[in-house]
Design a protein around this ligand. Sequence first.
Ligand code: UDP
Length: 246
Amino acid sequence: MKKNFELIYEGKAKKVFSHDHADKVIIEFKDDATAFNALKKSKFDGKGELNCQISSRIFELLGKNNIPTHFLGIKSEKTIIAQKIRIIPLEIVLRNTAYGSLCRQTTIKPGTPLEKPLIDIYLKNDELNDPLITKDRIELMKILESKDLELIIDLTLKVNKILKIFFENIQLKLVDFKLEFGYNAKNEILLADEISPDNCRLWDLKQKNDTIVSLDKDRFRNDLGGLIEAYGEINKRINDFMNSIK
Ligand code: UDP
């Protein structure tokens, strides 16, 4: 990164730098991996680059499908240019299949297909361990207006429709994913953050039997090994698919 770009924020998986244009930022994807609110940490050479490429392709696809996003373009192997936003401190999780915390907190069995997508909203707050939050509590905390919350939920459902089909095309099952949104300088709501195997659960549909093969961060969370190989496989399937439809 050149000296004239100032680091304005460093998160667990990304660094945000200033841009010559005040309404833009440069986002660098790091090789670091964290899980369980950063209680578990590691580094995987090449993860930043793979997530940058995967997330960029997905944001391009969503943009083409009229989802407003912060993404403006790829800058280098592991950096993008994005609109500067004020992040809304909510994590919007959409689930198509039961897994992870849904199964730890309810009696629903892992792998159960959900009749309709389930939206779980979490407060983005590390000190509180990102608790599950209700619409009434969001209103109480004045995090955002209810019409904006409705818009975010509507956008999340639209993203799911686009991505479910996209991933099925490349033989991946979109189990669940987490989105973040923010306001730009014009106070428009934009999809922000990243969409990558770090924040999506993707299961390989090329398996002949019913065994679950995770090609996502569960490889790290559950000590399965082969994280870079899994992310590389997703990147390859996306690139092959994009080239085949050119
Ligand atoms: N997720 C995320 N960041 C978080 C928590 C969850 O990106 O801080 C993603 C996770 O990768 C999965 C989905 O949100 O795709 C649902 O995660 P879940 O609530 O099941 O939590 P987990 O089992 O990962 O603790």
